[in-house]
Design a protein around this ligand. Structure first.
Ligand code: UDP
Length: 184
């Protein structure tokens, strides 16, 4: 739809920002994710297990054709994602003939579910109990971003690695274990 708009009306300047798997928190630990109910996503669930709020993580699939059998995703720090948006706004304002360009906001690096569990354990010093389960219907085996267009068009690339993402998420989680419901 946006591509059609950009063709039909040259006044429009459009960047389609494709998010990969945003995780982490502000490095201060003051801003983070507060899922309502049982989290569907991996990292909020891991966080709740590390906090002792849930007994164990269900690892969905351990027989994928990946090095450790678990699925691979491109996890990106929320602050990198935020910077990517700022770069996108700067690009749009500076590019009268932009048209419509899709841009991946990812790191270009994939991590497996077991790698994320280990990274979170290292960052938090807590054990993350897990059980290997069947695959979740509809899940892809391995997804990571091609980052060349973001670098070329926005001059942007991610800075943080998964250890930073887990460290900052734990800073938030350990400070505010009940999220925004934590009494001040
Ligand atoms: N995952 C898992 N247990 C969970 C939630 C997610 O093993 O409780 C896995 C899921 O199968 C996928 C990865 O973790 O391989 C990331 O899942 P998420 O839902 O966070 O993102 P998406 O699948 O939308 O990329």
């Amino acid at each position: 739809m946006f591509r059609d708009i950009a063709v039909g009306d040259k006044e429009w300047r459009i960047l389609l920002l494709r998010y990969f798997n945003p995780i982490g928190a502000h490095p201060s630990g003051e801003l983070g994710e507060h899922p309502v109910g049982i989290p569907n996503n991996l990292m909020p669930y891991i966080q709740q297990v590390a906090l002792g709020q849930r007994e164990f993580l269900r690892v969905f699939g351990s027989d994928y054709p990946t090095p450790d059998g678990t699925a691979i995703r491109d996890y990106i720090h929320v602050m990198d994602l935020a910077e990517g948006h700022v770069s996108a706004v700067v690009k749009v304002l500076a590019s009268p003939d932009l048209g419509c360009v899709p841009i991946n906001l990812g790191t270009g690096k994939g991590s497996s579910v077991l790698e994320m569990i280990r990274a979170f354990e290292a960052a938090s010093g807590k054990k993350v109990e897990y059980k290997l389960m069947d695959r979740r219907p509809g899940d892809s085996v391995a997804v990571w971003a091609a980052t060349e267009t973001a670098e070329k068009e926005l001059g942007w690339k991610s800075k943080y690695n998964v250890d930073d993402m887990c460290t900052h998420q734990w800073a938030w989680a350990s400070k505010y274990p009940q999220g925004y419901e934590t009494p001040l």
